[in-house]
Ligand binder design. Structure first.
Ligand code: E4P
Length: 218
């Protein structure tokens, strides 16, 4: 399973990259806005440089809502770096733009996916990633994980190569469940990456080992 960090914060990206488990970064307009007055394209270029891995993927989202605007923005974003995936919303214009840009060889992450038909349509149009938002579905009383399972089953039925990118992850259980049902990628806030590597028994065990080690010196 690939791990992406869902942030535009350079320090978080550097720290996640230093762990040796990071396969990519997803950003969205809200995450970029949190970083204050940055030059968006330069910022995406910097993220790609930090990852320093030709296989990494960095999602940069368009803000146009019309087809022509998405095409222009998508082409522009794709030029920033070979690692860039253009993030397009799952709307009619977004689907049309996915088809056009993917035919030009630009890789697309279709975002804001909330049902299986959206995922299937996106894959048929040529997306590389579909991003079902599990946390936001959970928030409204739907089981986000069921959506990942449905998309996995459908994609497997037809040998669809589009990758399932579990997004809107809120806690480690989302990551475990996404892995169990076969999501290809999990994108998560840096806080969740930190939570994944921790266990209180690890800390207690280490403290006890070190305490006992001190006894060897007496
Ligand atoms: C995915 O690419 C999105 O940026 C993200 O996962 C949204 O998560 P949220 O629902 O926590 O904002």
């Amino acid at each position: 399973m690939k791990f992406f960090v869902d942030t535009a914060n350079l320090n978080e990206i550097k720290e996640a990259a230093s762990l040796g488990i990071l396969d990519g970064v997803t950003t969205n307009p809200s995450l970029v806005a949190k970083e204050g007055g940055i030059d968006f394209k330069q910022h995406i270029a910097t993220i790609c440089e930090i990852l320093n891995n030709p296989k990494a993927s960095v999602s940069a989202e368009v803000v146009s809502t019309d087809y022509e605007g998405m095409i222009a923005e998508g082409r522009d974003l794709a030029k920033i770096h070979p690692c860039v995936y253009v993030k397009l919303p799952m709307t009619k214009a977004g689907l049309q733009a996915t088809n056009t840009l993917s035919n030009e060889g630009i890789r697309i992450n279709q975002t804001l996916i909330f049902n299986a038909t959206q995922a299937l349509m996106s894959a048929k149009a040529g997306s590389s990633f579909v991003s079902p938002f599990i946390g936001r579905l959970d928030d409204i009383g739907h089981d986000g994980m069921v959506l990942i399972e449905e998309i996995r089953e459908i994609f497997d039925n037809y040998d669809i190569k589009t990758e399932i990118l579990a997004a809107s992850i809120r806690h480690p259980l989302h990551v475990i469940e996404s892995a169990r049902v076969g999501a290809d990628v999990a994108t998560m806030p840096f806080k969740v990456i930190e939570q994944l590597l921790k266990h209180p028994l690890t800390d207690i065990g280490l403290a006890n080992f070190l305490k006992d080690w001190e006894k060897t010196k007496k």
